[in-house]
Design a protein around this ligand. Sequence first.
Ligand code: PMP
Length: 397
Amino acid sequence: LFSAVELAPRDPILGLNEAFNADSRPTKVNLGVGVYFNEGGKIPLLRAVREAEQARVAAEQPRGYLPIEGIAAYNTAAQTLLLGQSSPLIAEGRVVTAEALGGTGALKIGADFLKRLKPAAKVAISDPSWENHRALFEGAGFEVVSYPYYDGATHGVNFAAMLDALNGYPAGTVVVLHACCHNPTGVDLGEAQWKQIVEVVKARGLVPFLDIAYQGFGDSIEADALAVRLFAAAEVNTFVASSFSKSFSLYGERVGALSIITDTKEEAARVLSQLKRVIRTNYSNPPTHGASIVASILNTPALRATWEQELAEMRDRIRAMRNGLVERLKAAGVDRDFGFVNAQRGMFSYSGLTAAQVDRLREEFGIYAVSTGRICVAALNTRNIDVVANAIAHVIK
Ligand code: PMP
């Protein structure tokens, strides 16, 4: 049966982790990962999560099956994070939300539903994008194209080219947009640009699919939801994949949600009924633990205040590391201006390092980054930042 099965290519980032683990140099640093580490170099267990978990254990809740769409209080909380407390769309019952297995699971059930709805549509992703976007939508049966996004020359967005591409797509094309903290570049659109994107998407009848995996890591929970709220205000039928992996530091619990903005409450009921079919035939119903923790944090004022503070601490620490890296590179005599790193948002930075420089960082210093030059700023801390800055200064001089 399996004699003709070819070995699939290794995931490049997981391969990087294996090489890092095998490296015996004590000063090694892994900047290739996609997780937030605290100052101690550890994945944090948030206080809010610990308290919610203790309460859950104490309550001795049974572990029955959840409804196909997940925990109602979780879904409502996820919608409210996206659209705000006073969202008229939520009040009118026009937003469908289903718990999903992380942001990836949300993208996947959205993709499967869209494939049934628009079988001939193409999907457009940013160039570059999170590496799983293409594979995920291709796996769901779509042809995937990319629209111009990052401009290496300016360390910004090639906005004119992006708009041009969107303007050239036929109606019904699914456009995947990073709502905030773009992965891998860290480069986001500004408010005026988002308004233009919403206008083009609406005018051309495109289908926006927003991926929001870092809400709260950019400027604030509310500010990072701007793109979602602009699409909602424009009454565009929008798909949104939320991930709470990073914002609650619950990576392995697989907590995410798919939300879909519909035109009427009655339409929402029909859309949910079809989404439930997709879920039912994939994994029947979602897991209980992570979503119940997130729901209780979001719906309990004291826990929510703790979480918001912890999220702000993560955001501020990343900012401090960005700033620290820029300052140290300057102090190390690097003449290139790295100020753009401070303008980037979220955990990642397209550092501008070339593949050859990334190789040298690894070989000469045990510093691991993705060959595109993407570094995870959240893996820096006050103990390794000098080593990293000096090594970067060395390889770019
Ligand atoms: N979208 C983007 C842009 C991401 O960066 C990630 C995680 N790296 C995901 C989706 C997937 O999130 P999750 O781990 O919750 O599936």
